[in-house]
Structures are given as structure tokens and as C-alpha cells.
Design a binder for this molecule. Structure first.
Ligand code: ACM
Ligand code: ZN
Length: 749
């Protein structure tokens, strides 16, 4: 930040004709704060001071004129071609996707786009420079183009309705950061938001509900009320609002891709048109449309026809994900369809519907886009796949010659926590830090360069189960969308997280100035290493916020201005510590929660572990065989890679190597019901000297209610005065397949 002030100062000195050393100017160049990082920047020596009023050439894009106004830069149009001090033009010879060249030199600013899109992207770059430097622009030449054509953001407006004003603001920010596809998830089990003239009951009967809280609504209710019901919660867009969103997006070079979900995630539909379900009526568990009935196809073709009239996008997203497939097997219509069409299972039945809908879209000159489940039962011939359940779907589709958009839950799901969950608003249980988003490379190494051509780009998704309103949505989107911006725009080879982090720290206050409710970079990352030779743990801390001061204690107390300052050297412990770390600005603690992290260099660390019967579930291995005795404790977030998960009971034996005095054995478990993670019914600890005969030292029944939907942590603690070589821990999991129990460590003292 200091640096900014100093570069301003250089600029001023140069404009006044004061000599500045080359090293000072080199320092200037390091401070370029552009996001996304351009392909190439060549710095010159000198600063061009924009005259006031600034004369604009006739080719000046409206985006630039409006941007200058927003930045309060005095500009006036000039009638004469290319006489403007900011000269804009298009040169189709400029190579590269959405390419532009921006030169700032003694003769002024020249912006050349290879196309209209390129000119638009160059304009956004120039506006970022003007925001950073004001009217005193350092000499430079930027040559830039996009890595991927598809640079997307998805917003779910069904679980919680988001007003169109929020979307207009989002589009502005997307454009600033060169994101160019807005995927509008318009309909789902939380409410129907698309206004249909032919089916008016959709918005009259399926767009409002009484229950705002998602857990309660989804677990107990799933019912909608009529639009006019007093106190009803929800909403839908008018066609005029949709036109306004599309027109604003088009001006910014963003394509709006509408999504109409089928055949699953259609619960809300049956409130308005129950005849589209297999049972012919609304039921709590009906989420898929009936594929047997012709009326289902008439309905979707009618709706899609209205969608197509409104949205110019080539792509129409038809959903396709997570069909429950629970009623098709017992539906006479669906069964008849399967027989007639020779479809052997539910997947082929679903695929029949997707292929038929694709034929309809193609007949209207549009293309089908769907979540990766559309691969099941055979992919529609010209479909493009959005790979969300990891990258596998995308890899399979690309190998089969289909286009792909990467949007894996592991890296770009913005409904997940962006730091440890304590002190954060409730989120879906996953873990997607800024760094995690930044680390994503949409081109899987498993694919050949030829196959990479099918990867059109990547997209971040914001599902809104727990995102209550527009402010909250912004908090989840920003600044993680800035990381996405660089993932999809900048060359992979020149990307660096530390370099990016410094620039994000510059952009967060800028976003705030524009009224965006941005997540204020409040994570302190705790990285723990175990040294089994020295029998100690060392903890390294790093902050997203820069510059920052981290102060900490190791006895569980809240850090104060006089607590130890973290200076980059690891914190070392051979015992048990409860680390509490917090960000400070001098003597003042920042108004951000502290992180708490317990470590124990306990007696079982590194000892041999035997899984009796089952091991962990492949999706949640944590550190594998040694995970339960590696000293690494889970954070409050189930997907942090430190929690080991099991769909069976857990039964493990730890061999301490020799008979050892034991004072305490404990293990912590997690319940995160929305992710199918439950407390074990009970936990038992048994001891043995020979590994053959075990005696129980106690069994504890869980105190956690199964009805609790918020994440819960429970420690099963067994204080004792015993001697033994083998410790066996059993945790019951009596639930059916697909229900997990999770633990992070068996601590032995
Ligand atoms: C999805 O997250 N169900 C596409
Ligand atoms: Zn049916």
C-alpha cells in the first residue's frame, strides 16, 4: 500500500519535470495491480499525464466513456479521427482470443483490439490502470489475450431469490475482471423464478414459500404458497427485468446462459403442475419429472421456446444433475416408455429425455449444456458437459470429442467455506479457500493437448442454500472470483499465488469502495509439520491479509497487543498446545475472529495402526493408514483433508510398541448432516497387553441429537489409569450405505 503512495509521488514528480532514477521506476513497475495478470507488460521510462479535459477519439467505446465518468476524469469527445489522447481502434490482424494491445507513451494512450471483444477487455485494463494511477499513467505496453473462451460464474437464485439489481452489479464486477459467462440457475427445488406466459401457475404457485431457512424448508416442508400470501418469501423475475439483465450483460460482453432444470431438481414444479410428476400429484419426495408422459415434453419445449425468445445465448443449460430416480421404476408411463424405446435402466431413460430435448434445442439453432450426469446412459450427440463431480466427467467427455466446461466441486464451489468455519456465516460444509481456487488448472494432465482444445474454460458456482441475500452472495463471490479470473484468463506458466495475493489485497478495498460486500481476507492458515525424530510439531502461520501482524498464544488464551508476534519462524512444541492466533494492526486487534488450533505430540503419534475389517471411504482418506495418529487435527470444515470418513463402523488397533502407562484416550467426531456425516452411536475403548485379549475401559453413547443440522463436534473422552501396549477404538455406525462417520485423530496420553 505504501508503494502506491510512492508511485503517485513519482508520477507527480515526473509530470513536474523532476528527474526520477530508473530504479525508482523499476519499483513502480512492480506495483502494477492488474487482475487478471496480462500476458505481457513492457514498462517504459516516463509518465504520460492525461490532459484535462481529455479528448476522446470517435472510436472510443461507450464502456470507456462511462468508466472515465465513474472515475471523475474530465473527458470530452473530439470530432477528428485519431486525434484523441486515448485512441481506440480495431485491428483484426492482432492475434489471440479477445486480444488487445494497450500502449502508453509520450504521444498518449493507444488501445487496439483484435475485435470488439478485445477492445472491451483492453478498456477494462485501462480503467484498472486509471483507477490505480489516476491521470498520470506510467509508460508501458501491454499485450494481452484470454487463455479460455468460457470464463463463467453461476448463481443459484432458486434456493434464495436474488434481485436483478444484485445481478447487474455482479455483471459489472465480472466484466471488470474479464469474466464473460453468467450462468443463471433460474429454477430448482427452492422456487421457480422464470416468468412463463403459457404456464403462469409456475410463478403464482411455486415461487414463494413460508419457510426461509433452507434446512427447515428442505428437511420438513418443501411446500410453496400462492404469490399473494401475506408473509410469503421468494420472488421471480419479470421478462422486462430479464431483458434488462441481458442487455446490460451484452453491453459488457457477457453472455447470459439460462438454466431450466430437468429431469431432477423439479420439486417446485409439482406444486404448480402436479400432473408432470410420475404420481400425478405433489409428494414430499417427488423431485423428477415423469419421462413417460408426452405432456412433460410439451411443457419443457414450451418453456424452452419462451426462454429462447428471450435469451440470445447459443447455449441453453438444461441441468441434468442429481435426479433422484426414485419414482420412474414404479411409474407405468415411464416403464412403457422404456419398453417402447428399448431403454434398459433409469440412466438410459434420463438420457432419452436429454437427447430428445437436445434435438429440440438444435432445431431452434441452440446448443445443449448440462451437468456431468448427462453422460450417464449415453451422452446427447452435440452436448457440452459441465464437469462438477470432480474432473472425471469432463475428461471422459473431452476424450469422446465433446466440449467441456470445468467446474469441479473441489476447487470452484463458492458455496463452501473460504476459511475455517468458526466465525463465518453458515455455508455448505466444503472448503474452498482463495488459494484453492487460485491453484486450479482447468486443463487436466490426463488429457492430451488435442483433447485440451475441448476444454472451453471454467466456471465458479454459487449455490444458495445458506446464502440468504445479495450482500451475503457478494461475500461468498468476492474476492474468490478474482482468483477465478486469473485462472481462466492468464497464462498458467506465469501465475503465482503470492504475487496474486498482494494484488488481491489492493483490490479488496477497491471492491469495498464500489459497495461490494467482500470477504475481507481474514484467514490465518495453520500449516503443521511433524518431526518424528525430534518428536515435536512445528506450526507455520500465514495470513491472507497483507501486510499483517499475527500475534498468538499457546495456552488457549486470547492474544493481546503484548502477546508473541509471529515473525515467520515456526512455533515448535513437543507437548500439547492450544494455539490461538489473531490479526493485529499495531496494538489493535482486528475485528476478525481468532483461529484456534490444538496440537498434541501424543504417545500414539507415528505408531502402527491396524484397521480391523474396514478402512476409510475412498473419498475421505485424510492421510491414509497413519491419519489417526499423525498429529493433524481437523478444522471445523469437513472437506479440509484432515478428517477421515467411514461408511462402516470404525474399528482400529494402535500398537504402542511396548506396554505403556496411559492417562487419557480421546477422539473427536463430527456431525455434518447436510453432507451425510453423523455422530457414531457410541464409541468404545479397549486395551490389551498382547493384542489378543482386550478389556473394555468404557463405552460412551453420543450426546448429539440426530436432528441437529448444524455442524457439531463431540469429543469422546476416556480418562484412565492403566497400562497397555494395544489400544483399540470402536465407533458404531449402524446407518445404511452412504452415511458417514468422521474422526480426525486418536489422541493418547
Ligand atoms: C451440482 O452441484 N449439483 C451441479
Ligand atoms: Zn413417470
Amino acid at each position: 500500500m505504501n508503494f502506491l503512495r510512492s508511485s503517485w509521488c513519482f508520477a507527480l514528480l515526473i509530470c513536474l519535470g523532476v528527474w526520477v532514477t530508473p530504479s525508482q521506476l523499476r519499483a513502480c513497475s512492480d506495483s502494477l495491480q492488474l487482475i487478471p495478470r496480462p500476458v505481457s507488460v513492457q514498462r517504459g521510462t516516463g509518465v504520460y499525464c492525461l490532459p484535462s479535459p481529455l479528448r476522446l477519439g470517435v472510436d472510443t467505446p461507450p464502456l470507456l466513456t462511462e468508466g472515465l465518468k465513474r472515475l471523475s476524469i474530465n473527458a470530452a469527445p473530439s470530432m477528428r479521427r485519431s486525434r484523441g489522447r486515448i485512441a481506440c481502434s480495431i485491428d483484426p490482424k492482432l492475434r489471440g482470443r479477445e486480444a488487445y494491445r494497450l500502449s502508453i507513451g509520450e504521444r498518449g494512450v493507444s488501445l487496439i483490439g483484435g475485435s470488439k471483444d478485445g477492445l472491451r477487455q483492453g478498456t477494462q485494463t485501462l480503467l484498472q490502470l486509471l483507477e490505480q494511477y489516476g491521470t498520470k499513467l506510467p509508460y508501458m505496453t501491454i499485450t494481452d489475450s484470454a487463455r479460455f473462451a468460457y470464463r463463467g460464474v453461476m448463481l443459484d437464485v432458486s434456493r434464495h431469490f436474488m434481485p436483478s439489481e444484485m445481478i447487474l452489479r455482479l455483471l459489472d464486477e465480472m466484466a471488470r475482471y474479464k469474466l464473460n459467462r453468467f450462468h443463471w440457475h433460474l429454477v430448482d427445488g427452492g422456487g421457480w423464478r422464470f416468468p412463463s406466459e403459457k404456464y403462469p401457475l409456475l410463478t403464482k404457485k411455486a415461487a414463494y414459500r413460508m419457510e426461509k431457512d433452507w434446512d427447515t424448508f428442505w428437511q420438513k416442508d418443501r411446500k410453496f404458497v400462492d404469490e399473494q400470501t401475506p408473509g410469503a418469501y421468494g420472488g421471480y423475475y419479470t421478462k422486462d427485468e430479464i431483458r434488462r439483465v441481458i442487455s446490460h450483460a451484452t453491453k459488457l460482453g457477457i453472455t447470459v446462459i439460462p438454466e431450466i432444470e430437468l429431469p431432477g431438481h423439479s420439486n417446485e414444479l409439482f406444486f404448480a403442475y402436479p400432473e408432470l410428476s410420475c404420481k400425478g400429484k405433489w409428494t414430499f419426495d417427488a423431485s423428477d419429472v415423469c419421462i413417460g408422459k408426452e405432456s412433460t415434453f410439451r411443457f419443457f419445449e414450451d418453456i424452452l421456446s419462451e426462454v429462447i425468445q428471450l435469451f440470445p445465448s447459443k447455449y441453453i443449460h438444461i441441468g441434468g444433475d442429481e435426479a433422484a430416480m426414485n419414482h420412474w421404476g414404479s411409474c407405468t408411463d415411464c416403464q412403457r416408455r422404456m419398453k417402447e424405446e428399448g431403454l434398459k435402466d433409469n440412466h438410459e431413460l434420463q438420457s432419452y429425455m436429454i437427447k430428445r430435448i437436445e434435438r429440440y434445442l438444435l432445431s431452434k439453432g441452440r446448443k445443449l449444456l448440462g451437468w456431468d450426469e448427462i453422460l450417464m446412459g449415453g451422452l446427447a450427440p452435440e452436448a457440452t458437459v459441465m464437469s462438477w463431480r470432480g474432473e472425471e466427467g469432463g475428461i471422459t467427455a473431452a476424450r469422446a470429442g465433446h466440449d467441456v466446461i470445468m467446474t469441479p466441486g473441489s476447487h470452484v464451489y463458492l458455496d463452501f467455506y473460504q476459511r475455517e468455519s468458526e466465525g463465518e456465516p453458515r455455508a455448505n460444509g466444503g472448503f474452498t479457500t482463495l488459494e484453492k481456487v487460485y491453484s486450479y488448472n482447468p486443463e487436466p494432465t490426463a488429457l492430451t493437448p488435442e483433447e485440451h482444445k475441448h476444454i472451453l474454460g471454467a466456471q465458479a458456482n454459487l449455490w444458495t442454500e445458506y446464502v440468504l441475500d445479495a450482500r451475503h452472495a457478494e461475500y461468498m463471490l468476492f474476492p474468490r472470483l478474482l482468483a477465478l479470473s486469473e485462472v481462466v484468463w492468464s497464462p498458467q506458466a506465469t501465475r503465482s499465488y503470492s504475487d496474486f495475493l498482494a494484488r488481491v489485497n489492493y483490490h479488496v478495498p477497491r471492491l469495498q469502495e464500489r459497495g461490494i460486500n467482500v470477504y475481507p481476507l481474514r484467514r490465518i492458515a495453520v500449516d503443521m509439520q511433524l518431526d518424528s525424530t525430534r518428536r515435536e510439531v512445528s506450526i507455520h502461520l500465514s495470513s491472507e491479509r497483507q501486510p499483517s501482524e499475527i500475534r498468538y498464544t499457546t495456552d488457549g488464551t486470547e492474544p493481546t497487543a503484548t502477546s508473541q508476534l509471529y515473525l515467520g519462524k515456526p512455533i515448535v512444541s513437543a507437548d500439547s498446545i492450544l494455539l490461538v492466533a489473531r490479526l493485529f494492526d499495531g496494538a489493535k486487534p482486528l475485528d476478525l475472529p481468532s483461529v484456534r488450533y490444538r496440537t498434541d505430540y501424543h504417545k500414539a503419534i507415528g505408531k502402527k495402526v491396524t484397521y480391523n475389517g474396514h478402512t476409510w471411504n475412498e473419498k475421505y482418506p485424510a492421510g491414509g493408514t497413519q491419519a489417526l495418529v499423525d498429529g493433524l487435527r481437523g478444522t471445523p470444515t469437513y472437506l479440509d483433508g484432515k478428517w477421515q470418513g467411514y461408511t462402516t463402523p470404525l474399528d482400529v488397533t494402535i500398537d504402542l510398541g511396548e506396554v505403556t502407562e496411559l492417562k487419557h484416550v480421546f477422539a473427536r467426531f463430527m456431525q455434518e448432516r447436510m453432507q451425510w456425516v453423523y455422530m457414531p452411536g457410541d464409541v468404545e475403548v479397549l486395551l490389551s497387553e498382547d493384542g489378543e485379549t482386550f478389556r473394555s475401559v468404557g463405552k460412551q453413547v453420543t450426546r448429539t441429537s440426530e436432528e441437529e443440522y448444524k455442524p457439531v463436534f463431540e469429543t469422546f473422552s476416556f480418562p484412565m489409569k492403566e497400562r497397555a501396549r494395544y489400544i483399540r477404538l470402536k465407533a458404531a455406525n449402524a446407518r445404511s450405505a452412504g452415511h458417514f462417520i468422521f474422526t480426525d485423530e486418536i489422541v493418547v496420553w
